[in-house]
Design a protein. Structure first.
Length: 93
């Protein structure tokens, strides 16, 4: 559950608990609202915990990374081209 979903559950629970005056047989809307708010609070706490654990897993970088550590110049290739010319006695057509 995301943090936004948790906040939506809390808002729906608060609306059902304090703003709705509706009675259903065998169902108390106020209790449903409180359950939704508690579920939203639990989801919000879990979402914040998950974000903190993820940030700790990455951790800070202790040493700065220099350019030469990341990228090294590629070795230059040297190709040799040999040209051969043959001389024939007969002229070309």
């Amino acid at each position: 559950m995301t943090i936004a979903g948790s906040i939506i559950l809390i808002m729906l629970g608060a609306i059902l608990t304090w703003a709705v005056e509706f009675d259903l047989a065998g169902l108390d809307i106020n209790v449903v609202g409180v359950i939704l708010m508690l579920g939203g609070l639990a989801g919000l706490a879990f979402g914040i915990y998950r974000i903190n654990v993820t940030r700790r897993a990455v951790g800070p970088i202790d040493e700065p990374v220099h350019r030469h550590d990341i990228y090294e110049e590629p070795e230059t290739r040297r190709t040799s081209v040999y040209e051969e010319r043959r001389h024939y006695d007969e002229p070309t057509l």
